[in-house]
Design a protein. Structure first.
Length: 76
């Protein structure tokens, strides 16, 4: 939602999308830790490699969330 509109949500649907986006941003570090633990428990081979890739993707997602929250941006 922050990429689409800088205004506060005006409809229920846009409010729900904003809320889901916030939950996704705040949950990214927790998902990264959970996937890392699952990668450690996964049997060796393809499942472990797949979980390591998922951990890497979730860490990228967490980094984007951190940039979104902590790096100020100029107004449009």
């Amino acid at each position: 939602m922050p990429l689409v509109s800088r205004d506060p949500p005006t409809t229920v649907a846009s409010g729900l999308l904003s809320l889901l986006g916030l939950a996704q941003l705040l949950g990214a570090p927790f998902w990264a830790v959970a996937f890392a633990m699952l990668a450690a428990l996964a049997p060796s081979g393809r499942p472990r490699r797949t979980m390591i890739v998922v951990v890497a993707l979730e860490l990228v997602n967490a980094a984007c969330a951190a940039v979104h929250w902590f790096v100020p941006r100029p107004p449009f």
